[in-house]
Structures are given as C-alpha cells and as structure tokens.
Design a protein around this ligand. Structure first.
Ligand SMILES: [Zn+2]
Length: 479
C-alpha cells in the first residue's frame, strides 16, 4: 500500500520506505546504507561506525545558525516476530504494511513502529526545507533491542549537542524523564552428589502471571522460584528430603511463571501430605494476586539421578529463601516509581552445578552499585561463584531540565494540557548518552504504539501527527 496519502506525508513516506528494508537486530547494514545514501543525496555530513550506527549532521536553518545543536535519536533495529504461518524471511524481506482506521499495522508481523517511527520523523525533519530548527545531530543507533549495543559502542565525542530528544517511547501523553540502569548477576553453586535410596517426587508450581522484571516488579506477582523454595522448606521439617534438581524461568529479566523440583525422600506419604496441606494455605493466601496458581506433585516411577549431598541441598534452599528479590526501594522524588529492584529470573540445575541469575535495576547509579555489592557479598558467603555482567547506566532525573520545559510548553499548545511526567523502571538508550556526556539534558517521547514486540503491533496515525507537531514546535523554540 501507499502511505503517502497519510498526514504528515513526509513522515509516512519515509516510514514506508524503511519498512521495505529488513532491519531486525543484528541485520542493520542495509538500513544504515540507506541512511548514508539519504545523507549523500541531501548533501549532509554523515558518519557510520563499525556497529552500523549512523550520525547525520544538518546545519541550523536561517536565524538558528548559531544555536546549540539538538540531538534527535532513535534506533534502527526492530524486533522481528511473525505469525506462525506467515511467509516472510526477515533477513531479506520488507514488511507488508496496511491501514486499519487510525492504525498502521504490518500483515502477519511486528510493525517496527518501535522504533521506525523515530527514524521516519528524523529523516523527514532532515529532508525538510521549511522546518525551522537549530543545528541537528541525528543519531540512528543499532541493536537497541538486544542490549543497546549500538549506543554502547557509539563514540560520543562525535556529538556536540547536550539536548537530546529520544523518540523511543510509546505513549503520547507521557514525557519520560528518567530510566533505570541495570546489570545481571549469576551465582553458580557447584554440587556434590550421592546415591540416595527413597521415593523420587516431582513437585511443580505454575500458572503465575510473570511479566517484565522492571515495569511489572511492583505488581505483587509471585516469583515461582521463591514460592517453590518456600513450599519445600516447609515440608522439610515433616519429611526430610534431598534435592535432585530445581529449575524455573529462562530469562533474568522476566518474572518466572513456573518452577519444578525433583527430590528424593524416605517418607513420601508424609511429604505429599504436608505439601498438600500447606499448598491449600498458600493458595488461599495468593487467591487474589495469583488466582491461576497450580501446585502439582507426582511420584516418579523410577530414580531420576543422584541426589545432592544434604549440605548442598540446604545451601540452595537458603539462597532461594534469603537472597533479596523484588522491589527494594521506591522513589521519593517521583511518585509510584520503583527506584531499585531485582528479580531472580533463572534457576537452572545441571549435573555439577545450579545457577541462579538475577536482573538488577535502579534509577540511581549509586543504588545499583550498592545492590550489586550486596548480592555479591551474600553469594560469596554461601560459597557461590559469581559473575556480574550486562551493565548499563541509568538516566537520572534532572530537576532543572530546559528541554522538559520546552516540551511541556509545546505539548500544552498541541494538546491543551500538560503531559504526564514519568520515569520508567526499565532501560532506555538515554541512559547510555547521559552517562557518557556530562550536562546532558534528555527527554524521551513518542506517538501511541500498542502491543509492541508482538504481531499485533500498531501505531496511531493521528498520534504521529500530533507528536511530530510537538517535536517541530520544540525545535522551533530551540534558538
Ligand atoms: Zn524501542
């Protein structure tokens, strides 16, 4: 279809063009070629680095030549999801766009409105001869969706601007002013095992809501790994057992929805009776927050491998019960914002070790570092091998932001009200820029996108028009 009939025309023209270029994470050479070619055609200075990040520089328009540059920023990559039977090769094929009322969608796949709409708005502004603006540094980053790798690799000394508009947010009425930084910590407990006689039992907890370990960590959702440990610990006093394995969750940054343990006990009847009794109490306790919780036990027909030596089985339960988990601190500056949290997302037992992986987050760097130190200290006292990795910096709230004020004024003109000012407890590329460039003043904004990262992703056309109008107004006021 042709989107060029849709307003703002120049934005949708570019959105349609880039939608024809495959640009999943890890596959951004072609889209970066396109950006370079765009710059060449328009006579703009541009640079590309080995991570395929592209920066395009455009001078200020008449009257704005001497103004401070403004950085416009969005990411080139998209999450590629498709309906099972939809024929597309994301390595080579473009998207099949369609319109549904006020929405743009892609047939059978993600739309890549996250963050193609930022790319399209930036290209439209660069290409325009009629928009008034200060010098622009348009930064197109890569691999945001797989750990913000492009932004991390970017040589920030290429940027002179200290005002940055990131366009990777997804709700038009929200002005984002801070994001979390984070890291991951893995703890590995080496296991000793022995032959053990008794009955082998599998116990599972499942049916939990799960969710994103940042934006959903304060919603009272149960961590399956922690609950499984609680049920086991309770049963131990009635019927001692040795663990064979305990597993739950597969991503550090997702709240695990199920967990399973295999154990061996000499008193299966007492164990099962106690789990059943206590399970009823726990179900009652969680009936409001986790109504679909299911607890299952099963006697295994034959031995399921060697058991952990009791000391290791004990240590594992100790770690699961006593490691910090969930919300650690709420913000005082920003109402309802989780400031610091962590999530035990992965619990995995292999023959010689059990590994626990935590995702840590904080909107304050010093609080994040303190939490890392706390968890590492806890783990080393329990004789675990630890690893700290995947670190990314937070974008801390700036109370004296000129850009926030300009945006609020422009927004007020367009919408007749103020935007909601929010901080998010998840990562944004703004954190990487703010940590690298001192005095950086950032905002993150964007038009309404729904169900991003799914095949239902859609973008509101009228919202793009409104937000684009606000961005142009902000640029006009940056004199
Ligand atoms: Zn995004």
């Amino acid at each position: 279809m042709k989107l060029t009939e849709i307003q703002p025309r120049e934005v949708f023209r570019y959105f349609e063009e880039i939608s024809g270029i495959p640009r999943g994470s890890g596959n951004q050479e072609k889209i970066s070629d396109y950006c370079l070619e765009f710059a060449r055609e328009h006579g703009f200075k541009a640079e590309r680095d080995s991570a395929f990040n592209v920066i395009i520089y455009k001078d200020g328009t008449p009257g704005y030549e001497a103004a401070e540059p403004v950085i416009l920023q969005g990411h080139l990559d998209m999450v590629c999801q498709k309906e099972e039977d939809h024929p597309i090769d994301f390595e080579k094929d473009g998207l099949d766009l369609c319109r549904d009322g006020d929405y743009i969608k892609a047939r059978g796949t993600t739309l890549g409105g996250d963050n193609g709409i930022a790319v399209a708005m930036m290209l439209a502004i660069l290409a325009s001869n009629t928009i008034s603006h200060p010098p622009i540094e348009a930064v197109f980053t890569t691999d945001e969706e797989v750990g913000m790798l492009g932004a991390m690799a970017l040589d920030m000394s290429k940027l002179k601007g200290r005002k940055m508009i990131n366009m990777d947010s997804e709700e038009e009425d929200i002005l984002t002013v801070s994001c979390a930084g984070g890291s991951e910590i893995s703890m590995e407990i080496p296991l000793k095992r022995e032959e053990k006689s008794g009955v082998y039992i599998r116990i599972s907890v499942k049916g939990f809501k799960g969710g994103h370990s940042g934006v959903e960590i304060h919603k009272g959702r149960i961590n399956a790994n922690g609950l499984l440990a609680r049920i086991l610990q309770n049963a131990k006093s009635v019927a001692p057992f040795s663990l064979v394995s305990i597993d739950g969750g597969d991503k550090a940054n997702a709240i695990p929805r199920s967990g399973t343990a295999i154990l061996v006990t000499e008193d299966a009847a007492a164990f099962l009776q106690e789990v059943d009794r206590y399970g009823t109490i726990v179900k009652e306790e969680l009936s409001a927050r986790e109504p679909d919780f299911v607890l299952e036990t099963e006697i295994l027909p034959e031995p399921a491998g060697k058991a952990m030596v009791p000391e290791f089985s004990e240590r594992l339960l100790y770690l699961l019960l006593c490691a910090p988990n969930g919300v650690q601190e709420m913000s005082v500056e920003i109402p309802n914002l989780v400031e610091t949290s962590l999530n035990l997302g992965v619990l995995k037992t292999e023959a010689e070790q059990t590994t626990l992986c935590f995702a840590l987050r904080s909107n304050k760097q010093s609080a994040l570092t303190a939490l890392e130190q706390r968890l590492l200290t806890f783990a080393s006292c329990a004789e675990c091998k630890t690893k700290l990795y995947g670190q990314y910096p937070p974008w801390e709230f700036k109370s004296d932001s000129a850009l926030q004020t300009l945006y609020k004024e422009a927004y007020q003109k367009q919408f007749g009200k103020e935007p909601k000012v929010e901080a998010i407890h998840a990562g944004l590329e703004c954190g990487v820029f703010a940590a690298a460039l001192s005095g950086m003043d950032c905002i993150s904004i964007g038009p309404n996108l729904y169900d991003v990262h799914t095949t239902e992703e859609r973008m509101s056309i009228s919202s793009v028009e409104r937000i684009y109008g606000v961005v142009l107004d902000v640029l006009k006021s940056c004199q």
